[in-house]
Design a protein around this ligand. Structure first.
Ligand code: FES
Length: 176
């Protein structure tokens, strides 16, 4: 009876093992992204919509990071000169959702692109640094976004949205 009872009701020790395993799994996933130091409100406040600050100093040129704001993935790309030049050389009138690169980044901080990483077709999460335009590729139905996050090819009808954000210093932004 005792054996059956403990199998049905995991002991505190069992719980600790489970909790340790879960923490290790989360730690492993987090290690896939560059470590970003943030001084932010607690998780419930952020989930409710509080602004978040992101330190950009660890993000090398050519690298992208992903953070979460209001439960949405936000891509922050430290663009190379080549990516910026490509984005600005495009005939804007030829784009499905015409918008200049200048209108999608902050003046004086052109190397930084900040976009909501949700495909405007049916909501998949595009992959950074993939596709034909040195930007983002959505694996669900093949939409391709350029290095300014603008839709260039595929079924998505609109550019990746730019969330509200501002630079609070040369190396730190506040999103929201
Ligand atoms: S959801 Fe991205 S192409 Fe369909």
């Amino acid at each position: 009876m005792t054996t059956a009872s403990s199998a049905d009701h995991p002991t505190r020790r069992d719980f600790l093992f489970v909790a340790t395993g879960a923490a290790a799994a989360v730690g492993g996933a987090a290690a896939l992204w560059p470590f970003i130091s943030q001084m932010n409100p607690d998780a419930s406040t952020i989930a409710a919509g509080a602004p978040i600050e992101v330190d950009l100093s660890p993000v090398a040129e050519g690298q992208d990071i992903k953070v979460f704001w209001r439960g949405k993935p936000i891509y922050i790309s430290h663009r190379t000169k080549k990516q910026i030049d490509e984005a600005r050389a495009v005939n804007v009138a030829s784009l499905p959702d015409p918008q200049t690169d200048e209108a999608r980044v902050k003046s004086g901080h052109e190397q930084w692109l900040v976009v909501i990483g949700i495909c405007t077709h049916l909501g998949c999460i595009p992959i950074a640094h993939e596709g034909n335009y040195d930007g983002f590729f959505c694996p669900c139905h093949g939409s391709q976004y350029d290095s300014s996050g603008r839709i260039r090819q595929g079924p998505a009808p609109a550019n990746l949205p730019v969330p509200p954000y501002q630079f609070v210093s040369d190396t730190k932004i506040q999103i929201g």
